[in-house]
Design a protein. Structure first.
Lengths: 271, 334
């Protein structure tokens, strides 16, 4: 039994299943990357694990508790979600947004106890956004905003943090910054599950990868197991070369431009 | 990290300061209003029966203006917050049009009835408002959820439909009924009815208290509905509670004072620029500022062209429209 158990989940919109049959387990403190092509059902899966969607069948549990039987605030104290880019309509400051992460702890009329402030301070420190806390969130750069939103999620003091494409709008230095933060969290025993598009970043940072294709798990395992060129070529329908990063020893995926896989197999140059 | 504590402490001090300033302004406006009007009453003049009566009526009207202005502003804050749209106003869900149908029917048909101290017209107006809210909310519901877009569209359409019913009734009305209808539709605070004042006070104060209690929830909605759910807000229940609250405040205000426009649109907007978007500060300060704004407008309405009275809805529009356009232009330049 892990920190998160996803069993035979079928989920989608209006009875039309997008996630067809997904099972996987995350251990406490593990950093899991969800990878797969566009439309594979990654976001739908994340929306189901975060309780936005109810699965048509299957079960999702944390520890031994079914997430759909938990009171809303209990769930928010266990699981935090960072979506790819939520629009904040009113000019709340970054600090006010991070404080919102304390919502499940603050009682009616409350506006922040000593513990709430300490949790916010820890979250701000862990994400290194102390310099921008008094600025309105809509005036921040994409990298700053992403760190503030991760701080908000951290303020919830969750055991499990879910992120939907946390690095998609960021340049490489901010991608690395955000993923370093997430790596630090998982070292601190927070389970991190992130949808990632960049296979190389996923390989570099994640303990395990779950490859989703056509709404089902194609393969789950260590980056070296999952990033097999035959599997990647099959799932993404693109010719790739997989090598080993000489610095980290992790696999990395190279593209072969102009060689999208057609009907017949072309040589893909893998060893 | 000293910074965060300092920021929070500064903010607390600033909100206390804002509250003190607004309460002082409100008291000053009330005092000026009490001693302005067609009949001149000196401050140190001994009161006779006549002047006492006039002051009593003015005080009555001051209280109604503050309650209606404050109430409409709080309703505007709630709706703008939930719908995440700073252009929303209390009338956007068709509540006021529903109240108009009730009021106009009561005028035309001379429908009677009285209930918990409410006269026929406000009673029927409030029934119209409440019926509209429940009809709109139920119509917008899809399998146990009420998507905001559905609600907004349903409200706008219901408002248009009900307004055309009002116009239809007006087109068949007699001269004297017509005058009453138009006067009511423009909005005015000339109602000297203790029961009605009490009813408005209860609805507005209770509604504002509910909104204040759920300030943290309203803040969460600014991130979006799904985001609010992610931090632990029971969004469907909260939406029902807060839309109902905003509608009851609006219904009570409209049934007492008619359709006074612009207050519920510009006051929340203006206060958000001054105190920021945090609803724990925004709600009480919008209540006070809305009360001040409508009180000033109503004092102008009854003192600019004595002994005639300008409908207060005209004054709020004359002040409000240019101000609103100015703010929009300023905002789009940023």
């Amino acid at each position: 039994m892990g920190a998160l158990d996803v069993k035979n989940v079928v989920s989608g919109y209006g009875g039309k299943a997008v996630v067809r049959d997904v099972s996987f387990t995350a251990a406490k403190g593990e950093f899991i990357g969800i990878i797969g092509p566009n439309g594979a059902g990654k976001s739908t899966l994340m929306r189901t694990i975060s309780r936005v969607l109810r699965p048509d069948s299957g079960s999702i549990s944390i520890g031994s508790r079914d997430i759909f039987s938990m009171p809303q605030k209990d769930f928010a104290r266990s699981v935090a979600f960072v979506s790819s880019d939520p629009a904040v309509v009113f000019p709340f400051t970054a600090l006010e947004v991070v404080m919102m992460g304390r919502f499940p702890y603050i009682k009616m009329f409350g506006s922040g106890s000593k513990e709430d402030i300490e949790a916010v301070e820890r979250a701000v420190a862990a994400t290194d956004c102390g310099a921008v806390i008094s600025r309105p969130i809509d005036r921040l750069s994409a990298g700053e905003r992403q760190r503030v939103l991760i701080a908000k999620a951290l303020a919830q003091e969750p055991g499990l943090m879910l992120l939907d494409e946390p690095t998609s709008h960021l340049d490489i230095s901010h991608q690395v910054q955000v993923l370093d933060i997430l790596k630090g969290l998982s070292a601190g025993k927070i389970t991190v599950i992130a949808v990632l598009h960049d296979l190389n970043l996923a390989a570099e940072y994640c303990d395990r990868l779950v490859l989703i294709s056509g709404g089902a798990v194609r393969l789950a395992g260590t980056p070296a197991e999952v990033l097999d060129y035959r599997i990647i070529e099959e799932v993404y329908n693109t010719v790739v070369v997989v090598r080993e990063n000489p610095v980290s020893g992790k696999p990395y995926v190279l593209l072969a431009p102009g060689s999208r896989k057609g009907g017949d197999r072309q040589g893909s140059g893998n060893k | 990290m000293k910074d965060i504590r300092n920021i929070l402490e500064d903010r607390r001090k600033r909100s206390v300061k804002t509250a003190v300033i607004l309460v002082s302004l409100l008291l000053a406006a009330a005092f000026i209003s009490l001693y302005s009007g067609a009949a001149k009453i000196g401050l140190f003049e001994p009161l006779n029966t006549m002047s006492r009566q006039i002051l009593y009526m003015r005080l009555f009207r001051i209280m109604l203006a503050v309650l209606v202005g404050g109430g409409l502003s709080v309703a505007g804050v709630i709706l703008q917050g939930l719908l995440r749209n700073p252009l929303c106003e209390p009338y956007v869900l068709g509540i006021s049009s529903g109240a108009s149908v009730g009021a106009v029917l009561s005028i035309v048909l001379g429908a009677g009835g009285a209930f918990i101290g409410l006269g026929a017209l406000p009673l029927w107006a409030f029934i119209g408002a409440a019926a509209t809210f429940f009809a709109v909310y139920r119509t917008a519901e899809v399998s146990g959820r009420v998507p905001m877009q559905n609600l907004l569209l349903t409200g706008v359409i219901a408002g248009a439909l009900l307004s055309s019913i009002v116009i239809f009734i007006v087109s068949f009305s007699q001269q004297d009924a017509l005058h009453s209808i138009i006067w009511w539709l423009l909005g005015n605070l000339q109602i000297f009815d203790g029961g009605l004042l009490f009813f408005v006070a209860v609805m507005v104060v209770a509604g504002t208290a509910v909104a204040y209690i759920f300030s943290n929830e309203l803040n969460a909605f600014a991130l979006g509905e799904e985001e609010a759910a992610h931090i632990g807000v029971d969004t469907e229940r909260m939406k029902m509670a807060l839309f109902l609250t905003a509608s009851m405040i609006t219904g009570a205000a409209v049934s007492a004072a008619g359709m006074i426009g612009f207050v519920g649109l510009i006051v929340p907007h203006f206060m958000r620029m001054i105190v920021g978007p945090d609803h724990r500060i925004l709600i009480p300060s919008s209540f006070l500022a809305g009360g001040i704004f409508l009180l000033v407008c109503d004092t102008a309405a009854r003192t600019l062209m004595p002994p005639a009275e300008i409908p207060v809805g005209v004054i709020t529009a004359v002040f409000g429209a240019p101000f609103f356009i100015h703010m929009l232009r300023k905002k789009s330049r940023l």
